[in-house]
Design a protein around this ligand. Sequence first.
Ligand code: PGA
Length: 255
Amino acid sequence: MSRKIHIYGNWKMNQLTDDIYRFFDEMEDDSLAELKCQGGIAPQFPHLSLVKEKAMPLGIKTGAQNCSHQTSGAFTGDTSPAVLKDLDLDFVILGHSERRTVFGESNQTINEKTLLALELGLDVVFCIGETLEEREANKTFDVLKAQLDEGLKGVAKEKHADIIIAYEPVWAIGTGKVATPDQAQEAHAYIRKHLAENHGFNKESLIIQYGGSVKPANAHGLLSLPDIDGALVGGASLKPGDFYELMKIGSELTP
Ligand code: PGA
């Protein structure tokens, strides 16, 4: 496989300022310079600049966990993707299942955010995934197809390289229940084929991360699969030792 492994941490609504200093103090102890994979961290909004300052010298990208569907205006409590760009951030995570279920974001809303973030020059980590109910009803591929078709509608071909897909089965997020290698590989292969055949994505260069209870103990098995090019990691990314270990595994598997 010729694709670089991408290990991104989604810190969700965790970490106080002191925790962040401690995290990077521990990370700096280890030599990240020779690691070949691409790391990324998405903290809460108020910590973006601090994380960027700490992460950039280590070659780790910084991104937000969400953004507004509008550039500016009367949207109390929202954060514009223009501000994320203004802070010189690298990426934004969109369509995470917690945004979809807890905050009711539809494929259409996620599409609006995706188009705007891309237009403003941010990379997008575009999350999709089926619930347990949908998997048990054999609807996994239908759900993934709708999330891709509706969420990526209207994305220009020249923006394809700015998109990472994160396949995160909802039943595996934060549950300790990781998808089996067969389940993950099957979904990733479907996503790659669908995006290449129906959206004109480059099959060879498209990065597809797996997310859902990834930790050092199961990462090697998942990341060695042909269509898995990285991981979007929640819980384990909060621990500097685990995050470093995941980056090390990703680097060993990066050509
Ligand atoms: P988890 O979360 O690794 O804690 O399961 C993954 C995610 O939600 O991105």
